[in-house]
Write a protein that binds this ligand. Structure first.
Ligand SMILES: CC(C)(COP(=O)(O)OP(=O)(O)OC[C@H]1O[C@@H](n2cnc3c(N)ncnc32)[C@H](O)[C@@H]1OP(=O)(O)O)[C@@H](O)C(=O)NCCC(=O)NCCS
Length: 155
C-alpha cells in the first residue's frame, strides 16, 4: 500500500469515498445530513485541495485509491478562557468497504500523526457522530481518547 498526498487527478476517486461516508452519515442521522451527493458537496473537495491549510492524504493499493483523510491545520488564538490551541484536525476519513479491516485506516492515522509531528503539532483531533460505533471502535483502537462531548435533547 502506498500513502501519499492527493494530486488533482485523485479527486474524483476521493469523491467516491466521500460519497460513501456521506451516505453513512445520512443513514445514521437523516435529520442532520442532506441525502444524496449534490454538486456543492462534490465540489467541496476541490476547495479543500486548494486550501493551503488542508491536505488530502490518500492510500493506494494496486492503482486503486482505497482510503483518504482530510487533514486540516487548525490554529485557535488565545481567549479569556483558553490558551492558544494548535492541532491537526482529521476532518473527513474513510476506507473503501472492500479494503476495510486490512490496516488501511491505521496506516492513514499513523502517517497523519507523523506528518503532524513534522509540522510541529503536538496533537491530532477529530470529532465524530455518536451513532458511528464502528468508527469509534476504530478510533479508540488506534489511540484516540475522548476529551470533550456534545450533548443534546431532541424536542
Ligand atoms: C472506520 C474505518 C475508517 C476503519 O478503517 P479500516 O481500514 O477498516 O481500519 P483498520 O483495518 O486499520 O482497523 C484497525 C483496528 O481498528 C479496529 N476496528 C476497525 N474497524 C472496526 C469495526 N468495524 N468494529 C470494531 N473495531 C474496528 C480494530 O481493532 C482494527 O484492528 P483489527 O482489524 O486488527 O482488529 C472504516 O471502517 C470506514 O471507512 N468506515 C466508514 C466511514 C467512517 O465511518 N468514517 C469515519 C467518519 S467519522
Amino acid at each position: 500500500m502506498q500513502l501519499r498526498f492527493a494530486v488533482l487527478e485523485d479527486l474524483p476517486a476521493v469523491n467516491v469515498l466521500r460519497r460513501q461516508v456521506n451516505e453513512l452519515h445520512v443513514t445514521g442521522r437523516p435529520e442532520t445530513f442532506k441525502a444524496g451527493f449534490p454538486p456543492e458537496l462534490e465540489h467541496h473537495v476541490y476547495t479543500v485541495f486548494h486550501d493551503p491549510d488542508q491536505k488530502i492524504l490518500v492510500a493506494e493499493e494496486d492503482g486503486q485509491l482505497c482510503g483518504f483523510a482530510v487533514l486540516h491545520q487548525i490554529r485557535r488564538p488565545e481567549t479569556p478562557f483558553m490558551y492558544e490551541r494548535r492541532f491537526l484536525d482529521v476532518d473527513e476519513f474513510g476506507v473503501a468497504p472492500a479494503f476495510r479491516r486490512r490496516g488501511v485506516g491505521r496506516a492513514l492515522i499513523d502517517r497523519a500523526k507523523a506528518w503532524a509531528k513534522e509540522q510541529g503539532f503536538d496533537r491530532l483531533e477529530l470529532n465524530m457522530w455518536e451513532f458511528n460505533r464502528d468508527a469509534l471502535a476504530f478510533y479508540e483502537a488506534v489511540g484516540f481518547q475522548t476529551y470533550r462531548r456534545y450533548l443534546e435533547i431532541p424536542l
